[in-house]
Design a protein around this ligand. Structure first.
Ligand code: AR6
Length: 171
């Protein structure tokens, strides 16, 4: 029943008209490549200006800004761990990214949220392990918050879609 509110979508996250999209940012919050670069380009320079006021973000934590020129109203910036082999708390840190992002969304009363596959690009987190964490934390958030209407997992490549499908097939 909670899975009815989860959608897999293959589009660029910056095109989604949802309450909030999540950015896979870095500790500076001042932009970068990958999905972070795409979000800053689409949102415009006002986003960078607001990010400068936030003074960075620790790995595993999350901060919220407005969405500016994006169709999404807000952006939650979270910083995933760099994969270093799995023995440095990477799974716990990625779990915190999802927990803190959902907590901010609830605090701001946001009903629809879209996530990229945090840490699975340049940061090298194995895609299946990351999808398992994303799906587990999404199910927990949906269970805890009946007002949360929709969680979109943006796949962006075939391996990521496959990883989410595998994770969702496990109850
Ligand atoms: N929409 C949705 N997903 C995307 C998009 C997009 N427009 N572009 C890429 N992805 P990454 P990370 C997917 O590398 O591993 C940045 O430089 C991509 O295919 O963006 O957390 C930051 O500033 C992958 O599945 O993020 C940090 O320095 C996923 O998004 C660093 O990269 C995440 O890939 C963060 O690395």
């Amino acid at each position: 029943m909670n899975d009815n509110r989860i959608q897999l979508i293959d589009r660029d996250i910056t095109t989604l008209k949802v309450d909030v999209i999540v950015n896979a940012a870095n500790n500076s919050l001042l932009g970068g490549g990958g999905v972070d670069g795409a979000i800053h380009r689409a949102a415009g320079p006002e986003l960078l200006a607001e990010c400068r006021t936030l003074k960075g973000c620790a790995t595993g934590e999350a901060k919220i800004t407005k969405g500016y020129r994006l169709p999404a109203r807000y952006v939650i910036h979270t910083v995933g761990p760099v994969w270093k082999g799995g023995g440095e708390g990477e799974a716990e840190l990625l779990t915190s990214c999802y927990k803190n992002s959902f907590a901010l969304a609830a605090e701001y009363n946001l009903k629809s949220i879209a996530f990229p596959a945090i840490s699975t690009g340049v940061y090298g987190f194995p895609k299946q392990a990351a999808a398992d964490i994303a799906v587990r934390e999404t199910r927990a958030a949906l269970k805890a918050d009946p007002d949360l209407e929709k969680v979109i997992m943006v796949c962006f490549n075939r391996q990521t879609r496959h990883a989410y499908q595998t994770a969702l097939a496990q109850k």
